[in-house]
Every structure is written in C-alpha cells, then in structure tokens.
Design a binder for this molecule. Sequence first.
Ligand SMILES: Cc1ncc(COP(=O)(O)O)c(C=O)c1O
Length: 296
Amino acid sequence: MEIPFNQPHQHGPELDYIRDAIQRAHLCGDGYYTKKCHELLAERTGAGKVLLVHSGTAALEMAALLIDCRPGDEIIMPSYTFVSTANAFVLRGGVPVFVDIRPDTQNIDETLIEAAITDRTRAICVVHYAGVACEMDAIMEIAERHRLYVIEDAAQGVGSCYRGRWLGSIGHLGCYSFHETKNVISGEGGALLVNDPSLMERAEIIREKGTNRARFFRGQVDKYTWVDVGSSYLPGEMTAAYLYAQLEHGQEINGERLKWWNMYHRALAPLEEQGVLRRPCIPEHCTHNAHMYYVL
Ligand SMILES: Cc1ncc(COP(=O)(O)O)c(C=O)c1O
C-alpha cells in the first residue's frame, strides 16, 4: 500500500469563507480575511506585527530585505534545512555560513555558532526543524552580544512553543509557512512576524511593492508613493479566507496530529531500545506541533 506523503486537512468552514470573500468583492490582498488572520495570529503569538505573505519563502525574502542583507554579508544557518532558508539571502548576495546541527533535535547546534561569527556576519537564521524549538535563550544571548539579527525560520513550527513563547515571536523576525504540507494551510501561503518595532513600518512598505500604501489606508498620508525597494508579497483574499478557517481551528489540528505522533512514538520505542533506530527528541521546555514524525 502506498502511504501518502501528505493529506491536506480541511476543517469545514473553508468553502463558506471563500464564498463570503467572493461576495465581499474584494479579492486582492489586505481585505476582511487578511485582517482577521493578522488579528488572530498577533493575538495568539504575541508578535508586534503579523503580515500575511504568499509563502514561507516570501517571508524569508522579506526578512533578508528588512535586515538590509548586502553582497558578502554572512548569514549563519543550520547545515540541515530547506533550500529557501539559504536562497532568501543568496538572492541579495548574502553568503550562507552553515553550522552543524545537534544530534538530538537536528536543530542548529548553538554551541558552535560563536565560532562561525566573523566581522561580516549580519544575522543568525535558525530553523525549528519538525516544529521543535532551537535553544533560543542561548541564541538570543549570542546575537545580542554580537549585535546580530535573529530570524526564525518557523516554517514548520506554527503553534509550537519554547518556554511558553510561540516560535516565530522570539527573534527579531519570524517566518511561517502555510504550504499544503504544513499543519495549518492555505495551499501556498506564509506570514512574517515582525517582533522588532524598528522594522515594522519598513516591513509594510517592502510587502507593498516599496510603497507607503499602508500609511495611505490609515489616513496618515494623502497619497501613496514609491519610497523604498519592495515587491508584491500579499496573498489574495481567497487564500486568506481558506487560511482563516484553518487558523481558527489550529489548536485542534495540531492536537489531532499530536495523537498520531504519540502513537508512532510509543510503537517505535521497542525498536529504539534494540538500537535499530532513534526516535525524535523533544526537550522538556518545548511543546511541539507534531509537524512530522521522523526516525534516524
Ligand atoms: C524550513 C523551511 N523553510 C522554508 C520553507 C518554505 O516555505 P514555502 O514552501 O511556504 O515557501 C519550508 C517549506 O517547506 C521549510 O520547511
């Protein structure tokens, strides 16, 4: 029997919300459902600002623009990750500096980060593999000491926590993915969490093709204009409508996955005892979203 790699989850109200989005006759970005997603995600994560984007990759690309990644800037990241973590910075001329991973969580080994820092280092981009947190206290402390940005690639970590804090809300910037293979989905989709207040206004501008359109809609300027570099990172309203239905039930979706995750974990325990394989390790101070079950 073939086991599907992924089965997209449908919770129920997705079609109703999409129909409603169509009836509202505002199908481009930043309409009713995008705002609902922003509010819900900001409330749950505690992030200062949440901006929906069209993919996790787009969130990472926005992060690279926001930290002003320039040719030759070095970005520290784990040697084990998805291509977008590196590509986002390489597109700006940045140089990925790969640091080995921990044998337990498969996340960047925080004890090796400091040795990789040079005078060209601009940021540390951590990846919370399988939705299990990196050692954020140690990483934030290193970053503060060396005045580096921390970007959390939390593409796989929506709904997971580190010492009670949502992944994506701890570094200066956090990147979520809502790709079909994730827990909470919208086909393609993502979000940028802006936790550093000094980056918030520019994040809005970069997301809106380098214009101050968001300020215009808030009535802060009487016309909007081109003020910076940027691109079109907004998802349309039908995507946001689907996502909102999923986000509303995010906790239940993760809870259901956790049941299956625990089932595999229990069933594979004897094989680990026999030394045949190793099961995932969840540190005590982390709660996870059961994004994937892997074995070594
Ligand atoms: C660690 C990691 N970073 C980035 C991404 C990119 O997200 P998206 O597919 O939404 O562009 C993914 C998606 O698989 C991922 O797993």
